[in-house]
Design a protein around this ligand. Structure first.
Ligand SMILES: Nc1nc2c(ncn2[C@@H]2O[C@H](COP(=O)(O)OP(=O)(O)O)[C@@H](O)[C@H]2O)c(=O)[nH]1
Ligand SMILES: [Mg+2]
Length: 220
């Protein structure tokens, strides 16, 4: 007799289905030669601003595009489009994360062979996006200084499932008495060895290191 509660089972099946679709997407991206990077964070940590600056610089050298997820509004797509790259908004309604099926649908009509880089901005949330593989090859997690140093300890899964951490809005660190050493230490406690980059998309501090990191991944 199956003793697993029904809801748990439905959720497990949904995740399994997502993983299979994500694997197929990853294959498709590899065959098309497009590198796919996703960004996760709490709402307001600076994903869109960082991506706008990143796209603006990288589009000089690469064919870049972005997908951006939100519960409502096309605001972020409009902001990212200022970087003059193809951008599509995914409106999730009540759903607190993107999933592989949403990515597949959003790519409908796009020729992946014409792209070098695709960025995916996930819905702002430190919990739900952690469980959903989107077929990306690299997941970056943002922690803004205004959120406090303890967030990696409170939301370990999102840090555990990411490949690189960015500490954002470092221009505000002094104003909020952010303890950078403690934040770095907390990230290392949940994900030992993870690379950490400190940036301010506003002042440009750390952007060179960030862009160099991306370039080195692209060259891999
Ligand atoms: N001071 C400062 N503000 C920033 C920085 N990056 C983003 N912001 C501001 O933080 C707010 C949220 O940024 P946004 O990019 O929309 O975050 P998202 O919700 O993670 O996409 C906006 O008002 C931005 O102007 C930064 O590096 N420094
Ligand atoms: Mg955003």
């Amino acid at each position: 007799m199956n003793t697993t509660p029904r809801l748990v089972e439905v959720r497990r099946n949904a995740l399994k289905q997502n993983d299979e679709l994500a694997r197929a997407l990853r294959d498709r991206f590899r065959k098309a030669g497009v590198r796919v990077f996703s960004v996760v964070s709490s709402p307001g940590a600076g994903k869109t601003m960082l991506l706008e600056k990143t796209l603006t610089t990288l589009r000089r050298q690469w064919r870049v595009a972005a997908l951006v997820g939100d519960l409502a509004t096309e605001n972020d797509a409009a902001r990212l489009a200022r970087a003059q790259a193809p951008v599509k908004q995914i409106i999730t309604g009540a759903v607190c994360h993107l999933d592989a099926a949403m990515i597949e649908r959003a790519l409908d009509g796009w020729n992946l062979g014409e792209l070098d880089l695709l960025f995916i901005e996930n819905v702002g949330n430190l919990v739900c996006p952690a469980s959903y593989d989107l077929g990306e090859e690299l997941r970056m997690v943002l922690l803004s200084v205004t959120e406090g140093e303890d967030k990696p300890l409170k939301y370990p899964t999102i840090f555990n499932t990411s490949d690189v951490a960015l500490i954002t809005k470092v221009d505000l660190a002094g104003a909020v008495e952010f303890d950078m050493a403690a934040a770095r230490d907390n990230i290392q406690r949940v994900r030992p060895g993870m690379q950490i980059i400190e940036v301010s998309a506003k002042t440009g501090e750390g952007m060179d290191e960030w862009l160099q990191f991306l370039q080195s991944r692209i060259a891999d």
